[in-house]
Design a protein around this ligand. Structure first.
Ligand SMILES: [Ca+2]
Ligand SMILES: [Ca+2]
Ligand SMILES: [Ca+2]
Ligand SMILES: [Zn+2]
Length: 343
């Protein structure tokens, strides 16, 4: 007995030394800087459908709508440049990381911080699903983002420069994380299949995926950070859309409409709601993680000018390959419910 105690103490002492040696570099690394952001968007997080832009006044949005969150993966430049996002602005001065915790929505720099945070968050979500490690990377590079005065109420992804641009019409577009992540969805699609979206149905799938990814990333972030969500999960861009929708709940689009293939009108945003509802149903049936791994992984196999039918078949085949026949039949049922031909 007597010789055990000293040995035990010695072992404990050795372990303490080992742990402190291991811990030293981690403790020396600086904590990620904090940025002030909206918790997805202020309408969704507050449930207040009466919020309005008020000409970009800071006073139009209560303090409680902001959260402080870590800006991860930044380089050492002091600006919003990092591993997954590269933010530039044509309006106002460039945001400084050192000041990122102080901006209000009235400051041009607030949207820059929002764009950095949410693009990084979206790529981190894809990484957490295995894209870039177990599975092929999906836009796993520094995404160029530009905030631009002259875009009117029109944000877009340009596949020539592979750059996302956010306009400032109505509510500044980059004040709504769902607008940011929607555009990032186009960048993801284009990275997976260069030039994706050359047919009307492929374009609709692109709009649908952007909407779906916006909802998925926001939902993931709400759970991860413990942020409130007081609006329907299926409502996209609750805040940006307050400037162009008259009735509440304010949604740019939804991912839970009853549209089917028979409702096609030949406009990509409208027809995207057929596809996004199928994705939302797959999520409901298989759970977010499994659904999103299938949905994104399948997109590598889409042709740039794919049809709904071919893309649905590719998604069913991916589900079968990754999770087996039962998952495949669940995915098939979601597309069949939308009347997609050939499934
Ligand atoms: Ca603003
Ligand atoms: Ca807007
Ligand atoms: Ca929303
Ligand atoms: Zn779009």
């Amino acid at each position: 007995m007597s010789h055990r105690t000293p040995r035990g103490l010695l072992a404990a002492a050795t372990l303490t030394v080992a742990f402190s040696t291991l811990a030293a570099p981690a403790l020396a690394a600086p904590a990620a800087p904090q940025g002030r952001i909206f918790m997805v968007n202020p309408v969704q997080s507050s449930g207040d459908q009466a919020l309005t832009d008020g000409k970009d006044a800071a006073s139009a949005i209560p303090e409680a709508a902001y959260a402080s969150a870590a800006l991860r993966n930044l380089d050492s430049s002091g600006g919003l440049t990092g591993k997954w996002a590269y933010v530039r602005s044509d309006t106002g001065a460039s945001a400084k990381v050192a000041d990122a915790g102080t901006y209000t929505r009235h400051d041009d720099q607030f949207e820059q911080v929002m764009a950095y945070f949410w693009v990084n968050e979206a790529q981190e979500y894809l990484q957490s699903l295995g894209f870039g490690s177990e599975l092929r990377g999906a836009n796993d590079r520094a995404q160029p983002v530009r905030i631009n005065q002259w875009g009117a109420d029109n944000s877009f992804f340009t596949d020539k420069k592979a750059e996302i641009r956010f306009g400032k019409g109505g509510v500044d577009d980059a004040e709504d994380a769902e607008v940011i992540v929607h555009e990032y969805g186009h960048a993801v699609h284009n990275a997976q299949v260069p030039g994706f979206g050359t047919s009307e149905e492929a374009g609709s799938i692109g709009e649908a995926f952007g909407d779906y990814l916006a909802v998925a990333v926001g939902d993931h972030a709400d759970a991860k950070y413990g942020w409130p969500r007081k609006a329907d999960l299926a409502c996209v861009a609750d805040w940006d859309s307050t400037s162009y929708t008259s009735s509440a709940p304010h949604c740019l689009r939804r991912v839970d409409t009853d549209k089917t293939y028979a409702d096609k009108v030949g406009e990509v945003h409208a027809d995207g709601e057929i596809w996004s509802r199928a994705l939302f149903d797959i999520r409901g049936a298989l759970g977010a993680r499994t659904a999103d791994r299938i949905i994104v992984n399948a997109q590598f196999d889409f042709a740039p000018d794919t049809s709904f039918s071919a893309a649905a078949q590719a998604t069913i085949a991916t589900a079968e390959k990754m999770y087996g026949a039962k998952a495949a039949s669940t995915v098939r049922a979601a597309f069949a419910a939308r009347g997609i031909p050939g499934v």
